[in-house]
Design a protein around this ligand. Structure first.
Ligand code: ATP
Ligand code: MG
Length: 247
């Protein structure tokens, strides 16, 4: 086991990395997931390993979309399951959204391992195993979704989604809330709400906003959603990366 001293300046980042290693050992996270983590860490480092103000705003907008949704779904892949399973379950409960396992490299073993892992963290129902729906214009394995989940969802939170699938979901007309540390990735660029933040910080923030906004009227929620400027959010994240510090 890796012991990270709390005094280490990059304590959180090292802990997060360790959770991904454990995810690989448990068969939850794929080897490609390790590479995705490395990419994410690089962007997080450039952002100062903090939630920039524009991301916090996007997290609040995402909360408003979840509360306005008729059929919201939270997508969980191997990295998300390893990094913040309990936090995803909490967000699902707070927002009334369904949880669906959705893998880029789909294998029955990994699907089941993630479903079990989420259940161990308190999830009741976890979708994804039925796979009776398809996302148009993707090859067979990557197109699979549950019809009663992402298939018919109006709002989908997709953390760390691959660019092709993020674009295909957007083309289906879904409102996509994307958590991705790279503001230049196709996933972030195809999102209705790009959240440029680490998933481990983003999910608890969205949950906090859901709780704050729970009693807001539809009108108030709609005003929050309408005031959001996705291009400005992406530009602010790029600026934070280039210029560091402020934003
Ligand atoms: P795209 O195909 O969307 O243009 P990509 O090929 O770089 O981008 P992938 O490698 O498929 O994307 O997915 C990894 C993405 O997830 C990266 O953009 C990375 O920054 C992001 N990522 C990795 N770890 C985290 C994390 N913990 N929190 C948020 N985002 C993360
Ligand atoms: Mg990608």
């Amino acid at each position: 086991d890796v012991e990270v001293p709390e005094s280490h300046p990059r304590y959180e980042s090292l802990l997060t990395r360790h959770r991904i290693e454990e995810g690989v050992e448990k068969g939850i996270t794929s080897k490609q997931g390790l590479i995705a983590q490395g990419r994410g860490e690089a962007f997080d480092y450039l952002l100062g390993e903090r939630t920039i103000p524009s991301a916090r705003e996007a997290e609040r907008v995402a909360a408003a979309y979840l509360l306005l949704a008729e059929h919201p779904v939270l997508s969980v892949n191997g990295n998300v399951a390893a990094l913040c399973p309990g936090e995803m379950v909490e967000l699902a409960e707070a927002s009334g959204a369904a949880l669906e396992v959705n893998l880029f490299n789909r294998t029955p073993e990994r699907m089941q391992a993630i479903v079990d892992h989420l259940r161990e963290h308190g999830a009741e129902e976890v979708l994804g195993l039925t796979a009776d729906g398809r996302i148009p214009n993707l090859d067979h394995e990557r197109a699979k979704v549950d019809r009663e989940g992402i298939g018919t969802a109006d709002v989908v939170l997709v953390p760390l989604e691959d660019g092709d699938r993020a674009e295909a979901l957007a083309a289906m007309g879904k409102t996509e809330l994307v958590v991705d540390l790279n503001p230049m990735s196709r996933s972030a660029r195809s999102a209705t709400v790009p959240i440029v933040d680490n998933i481990v910080r983003a999910v608890p923030n969205v949950t906090e906003s859901v709780r704050e906004l729970r009693d807001a009227s539809r009108q108030e929620l709609e005003a929050i959603v309408e005031a959001f400027d996705r291009e400005a959010a992406l530009a602010a994240a790029e600026r934070a990366i280039r210029e560091g510090g402020e934003e």
